[in-house]
Write a protein that binds this ligand. Structure first.
Ligand SMILES: Cc1ncc(COP(=O)(O)O)c(C=O)c1O
Length: 396
């Protein structure tokens, strides 16, 4: 007898990013020299002082269950950091530390959305948002943005998407997958519409420290008085401190939401890894020079990748103001044959690139934007050079 799957998971798609990365690993295991630009993961090692804090925590015996929603010292450090950098006053009871920011997003959606609620999701969007919103029973309302607008949601498009069922707006700036960053004024215009229409906002700020060209970053709750009461901020250590495998993310949210997310987490997963929490504490409270150094390196790579894309006739790419992704337009390269293989869609293009040139990227369709491809530049300069040599060769 086959066990029937629940209705809620039947329609759930696996992560396209992780699927491409798995395919790249499979080819590597067969001895192919694959350049993997599919996954959004810094290639740097976690800074030593953070690893040392984890070892010290283990040796001190901090290896037992912690409070399910995170150790008090980490919550206090997050509050102190938000006060110092943004002037935002959060209490430790408003912080829930989870098993990565992806888990934080699940907690946030699950505790606030009801079946049938509409959640506005600007596309291109990060792969997991739509699936996690659907898991809560709510409906992701995808609003396409345009390359000419740097893939940013305009006030007009937001207004047009709001219905009596709309409850939530999701924003991600700097953006995965496009790297675009909203200015403070652009966010204020969206915040005003959210307030007028009584929406709450999930603001995914996981790339907030990876902003380039000296541009300022505006945390969403700072935009208007009282906005913190209708905002759930998502953040964590994965991208900022090269700590993807440690699995620590967090939410800053109104107290009633935090309390429920803590209860949900206490039932679903208990605390995030105790040792990882001590490592995250060292990350947040320690010298931030490591972040500056990584950001400077990412910025160099961003410049290099932007130059390589611009040098390919017919290929365009939006402005990459932050994060570590290039989201380039391949529409001029579809409807062609590549070594006898017909390529019609961004998925075909990525597959042919991987099979023929051994470069792993992710199709735009996975991010709700057909005709585009995402390449992560969180890879070494040597790998980026090799990858773009192969891409240029592939399309020529
Ligand atoms: C926009 C965005 N939010 C959240 C996450 C999840 O991060 P974590 O590794 O902490 O779960 C990612 C990871 O790719 C991301 O790109």
């Amino acid at each position: 007898m086959a066990i029937a799957l629940s209705k809620i998971v039947q329609g759930m798609e696996p992560s396209a990013t992780l699927a491409m990365s798995a395919k790249a690993k499979e080819l590597k295991a067969k001895g192919e020299t694959v350049v993997d630009l599919s996954v959004g993961e810094p290639d740097f090692n976690t800074p030593k002082h953070i690893c040392d804090a984890a070892v010290a925590a283990m040796n001190a015996g901090y290896t037992r269950y912690t409070v399910a929603s995170g150790i008090p010292a980490l919550k206090e450090a997050i509050c102190a950091d938000y006060l110092a950098r943004f002037g935002l006053e959060y209490k430790p009871s408003q912080i829930v530390v989870s098993n990565g920011a992806k888990h934080s997003l699940h907690n946030a959606f699950f505790c606030t959305l009801n079946p049938g609620d509409e959640a506005i999701l600007p596309a291109p969007y990060w792969v997991s948002y739509a699936e996690l919103i659907k898991l809560s029973g709510a409906v992701p309302v995808i609003v396409s943005t345009r390359e000419e607008d740097d893939f940013k949601l305009t006030p007009e498009a937001l207004r047009a998407a709001i219905t009596p069922k709309t409850r939530m707006l999701l924003l991600c700036s700097p953006s995965n997958p496009t790297g675009s960053c909203y200015t403070r004024a652009e966010l204020e215009a969206l915040a005003d519409i959210a307030i007028e229409n009584d929406l709450f906002v999930v603001s995914d700020e996981i790339y907030e420290r990876l902003v380039y060209d000296g541009a300022p970053f505006a945390s969403f709750p700072t935009l208007r008085e009282g906005l913190a009461d209708r905002t759930i901020v998502i953040n964590g250590v994965s991208k900022t401190y090269a700590m993807t495998g440690w699995r620590v993310g967090w939410t800053l949210a109104p107290e009633n939401v935090s309390k429920k997310m803590a209860s949900l987490q206490s039932q679903e997963t208990s605390n995030p890894c105790s040792v990882s929490q001590y490592a995250a504490l060292a990350a947040v409270t320690g010298d931030q020079g490591c972040v500056d150094a990584m950001r400077a390196e990412f910025e160099k790579r961003r410049d290099y990748v932007a130059g390589r894309i611009a040098a390919i006739p017919g290929m365009t790419c939006g402005k990459m103001g932050g994060a570590f992704y290039a989201f380039f337009n391949v529409q001029n390269f579809l409807g062609r044959e590549y070594n006898g293989v017909k390529v019609e869609t961004s998925q075909d293009w990525c597959m042919a690139l991987l099979e023929q040139k051994k470069v792993a990227t992710v199709m735009g369709s996975a991010f709700g934007a057909e005709g585009y491809v995402r390449a992560s530049f969180a890879a070494s300069m040597d790998d980026l050079k090799e990858a773009f040599d192969r891409i240029a060769d592939f399309v020529s």
